[in-house]
Design a protein around this ligand. Sequence first.
Ligand SMILES: [Zn+2]
Length: 141
Amino acid sequence: MARDANAYQRPLPKLRNSMAVEFYDYCKQHQLRFQRCTDCGAWRHLPRDMCAKCGSFNWEWAQSSGKGKVFSWTTAVQPMLSQFADMVPYSPVVIEMEEGVRLVSWLTDVEPDDLRLDLPVEVVFDDVTPEVTMPKFRRAD
Ligand SMILES: [Zn+2]
């Protein structure tokens, strides 16, 4: 069976039976939102039921500024999956958002050799399939 050469071949988030469904629903609307406790105000990511700071189960999806900085990264010179073979070397990056939460993502315009700690970045949205939009980041300085 022939594959559509233009089809997105890389792994996608599993969007069933997960609180991440709502996170990605907002991404599809090009909004970056994280959970914020409505009792103590603590932000959190990955999505979960309870606030780790105060134990509250009350929360909202609060809009992020979309701004953050490079917290860490690793550079792969051998692809972990064959779908990434055309990308090596590539660098999954941990972004620390202004709100304090961290997420693993990609930089769209920075090569691995140009990465540096605390590099200011801002979110961009990549509609990788009709159903899934991935939050990625670009240099903001
Ligand atoms: Zn709390």
